[in-house]
Each structure stands twice: as C-alpha cells, then as structure tokens.
Write a protein that binds this ligand. Structure first.
Ligand SMILES: Cc1ncc(COP(=O)(O)O)c(C=O)c1O
Length: 397
C-alpha cells in the first residue's frame, strides 16, 4: 500500500470513540435503535436557537449580492469585529478585528494554530486525560505530543508540566471545560501556569505559547465564572467554535482569538491567515459567519445539560461509582470498578449501554459518558449501570 507511514500509524490506532460508535451500530441493528443507550459520541442533541433559524430564513429570502463568493482568508470583517467586541466586553482587554481569525470549527482552528507555530520535532505539552485528536493535529504539523498527567481530581499538575518543559517545547495545549472529564481549571491554577511559562521563557530564552481549546466555553454549570485565559499569560491563542454552544457541529464554524499582548502579533496574525489558506480551509463557511456574528451572547439552553449532569452524577454516586462532579461540557468520566476499562465497557454493552474506555483519552481504568442525549435515554439506562455496579460489589450490597 502506498499510504504514508504516519497515516497508517493513525489508522492502526483507530479512535476508541469511533470503535464504540461502530459497535453501537451493530447493537442497534440487533436490538433496535430505541433499545440501545448510546453515550459514545459528543454530538449535541439540542437544536440550535430559534433566532439562528430565523436569521437563516431571512438570508435565504433576502440574499445579499456576493454572499457565496470568496472572501479574505481571515473571514468577514463584520463577524470578526462582532467577536472582538464580545471578547473586549468579557475580558476588558483591547480586542480588535485583527485578533480574530474565523476557522472551520475548533478542529480547523487548532490545526491552523499548530501549523503556524510548529517546526519539525517541536513538542507540545498536553495534560492527560485529553481529547485524542490533539495527537493527530500536532503530528499533522510535524510536532510531537508530550503528555503530562493531571492530579487525581483532573486539575492541572504544575510540577509535572514544569518537568516536561525543555528545549524542544514550543507550546502547551490545554482544554477546559474538559473533554473527557468535564473539569474546569480555576483562576489560580491558570495564573500559576502563566507565571511558570514566563519563568521558563526567561530560563530558555524563548517564547512558549499557551493554546487553549475552549470549545465548551459556554457550557458551564453551578453559575461558576470561567477564568479568562488572556488575563493569565500574554502569548495565548484561544480556539473555540459554535459547535456546542449553538449546536452547530456539522456547520464547521469557529475562530481563533489571539491575545492583544502576544509578541510579534502582526507576524502571528499573518502566519495564522497563511495556515488557514494553505491547509486548504481557505476560509470559514460564509453563511455561518454571517449567522453567528449577532449571536455571540446566545447559546442553547445550558440548564438542559446541567439537569442531565445532575441526574447522571447523583445516580452514579448512589450506585457506588467514584466520580468527579463535572463543572462543564457534557461528559462525565467515572472510575471503572475494575482495572480493565475495556472489559468494563464491554460489561456495560451487555446492558446495551455504550460508553468509551478511558484509554481512548489516555487514562485507563476510567470510562467516558457523553450525556448530550435525550433525558429519557439516561433514565432508561440507569438500571443497567446499577446492575453492573452490583455485579462488581461497589454499591455495598
Ligand atoms: C475538546 C474538543 N476540541 C475540539 C473539538 C472539535 O470541535 P469542532 O466541532 O468545533 O471542530 C471537540 C469536539 O468534540 C472537542 O471535544
């Protein structure tokens, strides 16, 4: 076969999420769609806000001349300005249009950032457990992933991060609210991370970049206030999208926000625009850029996800599972009651429950549940989680 060694390696290590999804399809054929409880994919079940559909109809009824043509690779000026205004309001910092690059989802945005900053062999530090696609995105751009473990409660372990920083380090890539754990990093730990990076810059005589994947930024619970990463470190690139907050994952719309205090900012902006163009994205989808511009302060009903978080969290605790309460995103990451997470996930499958083994996120011994599904599916699945807990004797019965 003539495919590249890198791609072959990627294919051989096929994604656990995909694998579970495919096994789920088999189960669905056997038992019927309704009788399988599928928590394998982070595909939002909520519909986008009504305001988006209304704006879409208005555009279709009253098209703007040229609305389907090529545009600047960075995106429409009015969309970038609207986002810059929103970020200034959020952070009190002087964001301008030039600090925003519209991208093909957060996935596109991450590839653009990595392409812009990485040279062959550069390392990117990633706290684990983590969203496995990061590895491929880093390797796409010639880089190498360097995993560091988080603390028991999945918070950042700064000592581990410090140990991992070396001559080849170019960036650290963090994700909060986190997939797969639902954990949100607190202000203090991010400030400490910023201080650590500044100190390392002085020691190494170079600039390390902080990349944050905040694709779930607006999906947070318990009225917590999310830290603003731009307050913690100047050389920061935040990547996000409207896949989750406006339930538009199939539409591929996101953006990169560059800190106004990032060094050599004009060169960085040019590099990001160049990468967006030459990776073949060219620009983010035109229609979606127009639609999301006025929706920067909108989102789907987060309460809906919060109720599902509560239902899962309290039920699993009652059944005896060890689990950290997620504060955001729509994932929960309990400890498996046996060492082998794949065996455990198979046991759940015997109850027609689909989850993903923790090793799919770099953390064996755990499993991930994606609860962006109908509430009834969660309710109907609970008996199965209970029976498996009883089988392994973790509920004290
Ligand atoms: C942590 C994380 N980052 C990025 C993405 C990709 O988001 P998008 O659909 O906006 O490309 C996902 C999707 O599930 C994700 O979980």
């Amino acid at each position: 076969m003539a495919i590249s060694k890198r791609v072959k390696g990627g294919l051989n290590g096929a994604s656990w999420v995909r694998r579970m999804f495919e096994e789920g399809e088999e189960l669905k054929q056997k038992y019927g769609e309704k009788n399988v409880f599928d928590f394998s994919l982070g595909n939002p079940n909520l519909e986008p806000p009504a305001s988006l559909k209304k704006a879409l109809k208005t555009l279709a009824d009253h098209p703007i001349t040229g609305m389907h043509r090529y545009m600047p690779n960075s995106g429409y000026s009015e969309t970038r300005k609207a986002i810059a205004e929103y970020l200034t309001e959020e952070s009190g910092l002087p964001f301008e249009e030039k600090h925003i690059i519209m991208t093909v989802g957060a996935a596109g945005g991450l590839n653009v950032v990595l392409k812009a900053i990485l040279d062959e062999g550069d390392e990117v530090i990633v706290p684990s457990p983590y969203f496995m696609e990061f590895k491929f995105y880093i390797e796409n751009c010639g880089g190498e992933i360097r995993l560091v473990q988080t603390n028991e409660d999945f918070s950042l372990n700064l000592m581990e991060i410090e140990k991992a920083i070396g001559k080849r380090t170019k960036a650290i890539l963090i994700n909060f609210p986190n997939n797969p754990t639902g954990v949100v990093y607190d202000q203090k730990s991010l400030e400490n991370l910023g201080e650590l990076l500044k100190r390392k810059n002085r020691e190494l005589g170079k600039t390390l970049y902080l990349i944050t994947d905040e694709a779930y930024r607006r999906i947070v619970y318990d009225q917590i206030k999310l830290p603003i990463i731009f307050h913690c470190y100047p050389h920061t690139l935040r990547v996000t999208s409207h896949s989750k907050d406006l339930s538009l994952p199939g539409e591929r719309i996101g953006y990169i926000a560059i800190s106004p205090f990032c060094e050599e900012i004009d060169e960085m902006v040019s590099a990001l625009i160049f990468a967006n163009r030459t990776l073949g994205f060219v620009n983010a989808p035109a229609l979606m850029q127009r639609l999301v511009a006025p929706l920067q302060r909108n989102s789907v009903n987060i309460k809906d996800y919060e109720e599902k978080r509560d239902l899962f969290y309290h039920s699993l605790k009652d059944f005896g599972y060890q689990v950290i309460k997620p504060q955001g995103a729509f994932y929960i990451f309990p400890k498996a009651p046996i060492e082998d997470d794949v065996d455990f996930v198979k046991e759940l499958q015997s109850k027609r429950i689909l989850t993903v083994p923790g090793r799919g996120f770099g953390k064996s011994g755990y499993f991930r549940i994606a609860y962006c599904v109908e509430k009834k599916m969660i309710e109907d699945s609970l008996q199965g989680f209970k029976e498996v807990a009883e089988k392994y004797g973790i509920n004290g019965k």
